[in-house]
Design a protein around this ligand. Structure first.
Ligand code: ATP
Length: 379
């Protein structure tokens, strides 16, 4: 999603002094910037935290870095911020090198905003002063006006004079968001910004944050462990594993066309069944499935999504028997012994509740959506 950096919004919606707008004002916009990593490597002694990472983020784009603990997400963010230096490679903001062999621009000169997991507010400062903290360059009255306006935007203007300790976790998080956004950084870097929140609060904060990012047109990089969060927030997701980007794309790209079994596993629960490829196909109980690029005799892993398996009445599809069922609310998790498969298939199905243990069923799968990966790469 590309937005023009010239598309800025003048502060025409500033209310008259002493008045409060009836509805939250829209946040004023910033100049979005591009952010690029070129062949970035970061070593800590023998640990290769980032291995040849290249990623270009367009102005106004929201990119999530997704991957398991220790894969290098935070290190990449810290390098973008200027808190860490790359061992080699370059970082560019708006095509200007900010870290590289010949140049290092300190964090305060990069026009980046940071919001970290612990988002610590200053306990001795009021909420408004916490938010105005990053606006030291502005005259005090103006900084306060900007901070109040941002607090209104996140629904907390009425707490401007309170101190952080009386705020709930969600309110503190909103203040941290306001504090990060109020200087209108060209690039906003967020490290697991919603991790401390309960599920409902997380949903509403995600919506709020996304709305604010869209309004301010900031370029954003958000670190998360949660695939669903990445899918909700990101224009593009970069999946990291052991310091490398294994795939970058939209949520749909990654879900429909995962480059590796590792990526497929992030986005859905799958049954994994090993076969030997012959003449570019594998022979499964549901018929033959293309296994492109996998040599004769090599192992291929068939991936069948647990939600992609349909449970029908006996007589349709392949015969099966329900071996185990677990109620999970909207869906049931079933284990089904299916003719032709050595191990039971796991199925997540809304029809599960009407299929008790022991019942005979029919099993259907849309094999055009089956996934096939080389076996060796993952072992
Ligand atoms: P998490 O999701 O748990 O925060 P992450 O994906 O953000 O993990 P990083 O914090 O970037 O991972 O760490 C990547 C690797 O670099 C890890 O192996 C980590 O132990 C190592 N590492 C990070 N910072 C340092 C450091 N200052 N000194 C030594 N090793 C470090």
């Amino acid at each position: 999603m590309n937005r023009s950096s010239s598309d800025i919004n003048a502060r025409a919606d500033t209310p008259l002094p002493g008045t409060t707008p009836a509805i939250p004002r829209r946040a004023a916009a910033t100049f979005a910037a591009s952010l690029s990593f070129e062949n970035v490597e970061r070593r800590y002694g023998d640990t290769l935290a980032l291995d040849d990472v290249s990623l270009s983020i367009a102005p106004g784009e929201v990119v999530c870095l997704l991957g398991p603990s220790g894969c290098g997400k935070t290190t990449l963010l810290r390098i973008a911020a200027g808190i860490e230096r790359p061992t080699s490679g370059r970082v560019l903001i708006n095509e200007q090198e900010v870290a590289g062999p010949n140049r290092f621009v300190p964090p305060e000169e990069r026009s980046v905003g940071l919001m970290f997991q612990d988002f610590a507010l200053f306990p001795h400062l009021s909420i408004i002063d916490n938010v105005a903290f990053g606006l030291k360059a502005l005259p005090r009255r103006e900084a306060e006006r900007e901070a109040r306006s941002m607090l209104t935007r996140v629904g907390l203007a009425h707490l401007s004079d309170a101190y952080p300790h009386i705020l709930s976790g969600g309110q503190q998080q909103r203040v941290a968001l306001a504090r990060a956004m109020v200087p209108r950084p060209a690039v906003l870097l967020m490290d697991e910004p919603f991790s401390g929140l309960d599920v409902q609060l997380r949903d509403s904060m995600q919506e709020e944050t996304l709305a604010l990012l869209r309004e301010t047109r900031a370029t954003a990089v958000i670190v998360t462990h949660h695939p669903e969060e990445a899918m909700r927030l990101a224009d593009r997701i970069a999946v990291l594993r052991r310091g490398r980007i294994v795939q970058t794309g939209s949520a749909e790209d990654l879900y429909d066309h995962p480059a590796e079994l590792f990526v497929a596993r992030l986005f859905s629960e799958i049954n994994e069944i090993a076969y030997r490829a012959r003449a570019g196909v594998i022979e499964t109980p549901f018929g033959s499935v293309p296994a492109p690029g996998i040599a004769d005799g090599e192992t291929a892993i068939l991936g069948l999504r647990e939600r992609g398996i349909r449970v029908k009445d006996a007589g349709q599809g392949l015969p099966g028997r329900i071996l185990h069922t677990k109620f999970l609310g909207d869906i049931a998790l079933l284990e089904i012994g299916v003719q032709g498969f050595d191990a039971p298939l796991r199925v997540r199905s809304p029809e599960g509740r009407t299929r008790p243990k022991g019942s005979e069923v029919g099993i259907e799968v849309d094999m055009s959506r089956a996934l096939v990966f080389p076996g060796a790469a993952e072992v």
